[in-house]
Ligand binder design. Sequence first.
Ligand SMILES: C[S@@+](CC[C@H](N)C(=O)[O-])C[C@H]1O[C@@H](n2cnc3c(N)ncnc32)[C@H](O)[C@@H]1O
Ligand SMILES: Nc1nc2[nH]cc(C(=O)O)c2c(=O)[nH]1
Ligand code: SF4
Ligand SMILES: [Mg+2]
Length: 235
Amino acid sequence: MKIPVMEIFGPTIQGEGMVMGQKTMFVRTAGCDYSCSWCDSKFTWDGTGKSTAMQPEEIIQELKRSGQQFFSHVTISGGNPVLHKGIGELIRLCHVQGWKVAVETQGSFWQDWLLAVDDITLSPKPPSSGMKTDFNKLDAIMGKLDEANASLKIVIFDETDFTFAEQLHMRYPSVPFFLQVGNSDTATTDDAHLVSVLLRQYEWLIDLTACSSVMNDAKVLPQLHALVWGNKRGV
Ligand SMILES: C[S@@+](CC[C@H](N)C(=O)[O-])C[C@H]1O[C@@H](n2cnc3c(N)ncnc32)[C@H](O)[C@@H]1O
Ligand SMILES: Nc1nc2[nH]cc(C(=O)O)c2c(=O)[nH]1
Ligand code: SF4
Ligand SMILES: [Mg+2]
């Protein structure tokens, strides 16, 4: 079953969340059921990017061609990769190669192949995104997942987002919880300015977290790739 692929890149580091710093390849799929106001990957769903329909075997070949022997971990992101049934076969083939597989999704859809993923990052969207989380769906997904492989990662732009994150953490207290700095300027090429803004936002988020007893075991992280490469694509 074919998968619409936007880009395949790496090896780079996972710049976000539960396995930050892990060397990995990325497979970015096209299409999203959301349209977050601040999405840093709008080209996957707004018609400005070009995708290629690929069989799982072709994706494996392209990963080997571009990453050679320099990786053992593959991150599937998007868009929302959970829209695509064919990813189940891709995960199986990655495991045959001995590679671990991570998936990034917002938690709006279920596929049975999620049970085969080594690290799942669920990133429900806070109010600033303009999206509304369907908690019936999210509860059902959480109920089916092995919590050992899952984490929650919430992007924070303002105090309303932080309150949303507190409520989410209280709803799923045993799931590892990550707060992520929001990038409010995903178009700029002025890296020095972007980094200074992101570090200021990081400090603001640390200060908020420090004063929240709900967040006593949360982790507060920047997007490491944005600090190193700014808004550059394919890193
Ligand atoms: C582009 S999304 C693709 C996966 C999936 N659609 C999702 O949102 O989880 C990958 C990650 O980037 C985060 N993200 C998107 N735009 C961002 C921004 N402007 N600042 C910080 N994180 C952002 C999302 O919340 C998500 O955790
Ligand atoms: N280095 C790097 N780390 C990332 N973590 C999540 C990403 C994403 O866009 O899903 C991403 C990305 O695009 N690059
Ligand atoms: S859910 Fe993810 S890919 Fe989709 S619009 Fe939001 S941030 Fe972008
Ligand atoms: Mg990204």
